[in-house]
Design a protein around this ligand. Structure first.
Ligand SMILES: Nc1ncnc2c1ncn2[C@@H]1O[C@H](COP(=O)(O)OP(=O)(O)O)[C@@H](O)[C@H]1O
Ligand SMILES: [Mg+2]
Length: 281
């Protein structure tokens, strides 16, 4: 598959990709490198990974990062309650060989595979979502995993991916991710879509919407994004707004309809007030 074929296949799943994004995915697969996607919330980073998994007909394994996430939640953990049950069962069955019981405790069936381990064990697209939420130590840990796609579990030995999965990392840029991690990856910045692309996205996702209304929504959102807002609307929000306007039976965006529906697009009262003023002028 070349980059253009990837773009077309993504479109068939409902994802309207920029040529540069399709090219970045192609390169990531070609060079076997993780792809680091950065951009504002709602520009389609997570969805791009989901759509790509659909194109490749592979499961998407998603690791959602958060503050305080560590290896036991990302990679594997031992199933402590089940291990306890096993010890009890062994005891009541009259087993006294302590070494044997202990040895059995670290069997694969007592291992809880978290997303990163699962991604080593089965073909998939691996999404490491919102890395910017995790802390420095976790980044260092990711760097290690991403460099050899293998881990060693002391009790079980080494587990390595047969071939590294296509890996996509995303960041909403709430903080800078370290250069070391970025260096390991190909980098792609996702912008808010152009008016034309946003119209296509709206009409792809909401086939019931007329061209004129989709056009008006996209041009209005473009104007809104130029304001100095607390939170500029992403594509997710323009789609919500479009769905709301559609539900209201709108044919165009009158100030009255805008007043009723802006809560789908903007999530801060100050932003809503600013946009109301813009649309009334
Ligand atoms: N290029 C696109 N084509 C189709 N839908 C898109 C596109 N970009 C964003 N979307 C829609 O916007 C929503 C939000 O995108 P998402 O991937 O969650 O954003 P992010 O992860 O960047 O915050 C998705 O559910 C998807 O429906
Ligand atoms: Mg996301």
């Amino acid at each position: 598959m070349d980059a253009e074929e990837i773009r077309v296949a993504l479109a068939a799943t409902g994802y309207v990709a920029e040529e540069s994004s399709a090219m970045a995915l192609w390169l990531a697969m070609r060079l076997n490198k993780p792809l680091f996607l950065e951009g504002d919330p709602g520009v389609g980073k997570t969805e791009l990974a989901r759509a790509m998994a659909e194109v490749l007909e592979l499961p998407l394994i998603r690791l959602q990062c958060y503050e305080g996430i560590d290896a036991s939640q990302a990679l594997y953990d031992w199933d402590f309650p089940r291990q306890i049950l096993h010890v009890r069962a062994a005891e009541s069955a009259g087993m006294h060989d302590v070494d044997q019981i202990e040895h059995d405790l670290y069997d694969r069936r007592f291992l809880l595979a978290r997303p990163l381990l699962r991604a080593l064990e089965e073909p998939c697209v691996l999404l490491i979502d919102e890395v910017d939420r995790a802390d420095d130590e976790f980044e260092a840990f990711l760097l290690e995993i991403l460099s050899d796609f293998a881990i060693t579990i002391p009790e079980l030995g080494r587990i390595a991916a047969q071939s590294p999965p296509l890996t996509i990392l995303t960041s909403n840029r709430t903080r800078d991710v370290h250069d070391a991690l970025k260096r390991r990856c190909l980098y792609q910045f996702l912008e808010h879509p152009s008016i034309e692309r946003e119209i296509t996205i709206i009409r792809t996702r909401l086939p019931g919407i007329g061209e004129a209304l989709a056009h008006e929504i996209a041009t209005t959102v473009e104007r809104i994004r130029k304001l100095d807002l607390i939170k500029a609307p992403g594509t997710a929000e323009s789609l919500d707004w479009a769905a709301t306007l559609l539900a209201l039976g709108a044919r165009d965006i009158s100030p009255e309809l805008a007043g009723l529906s802006l809560g789908a697009l903007l999530k801060y009262q100050d932003d809503i007030a600013q946009v109301r003023a813009l649309l009334a002028s």
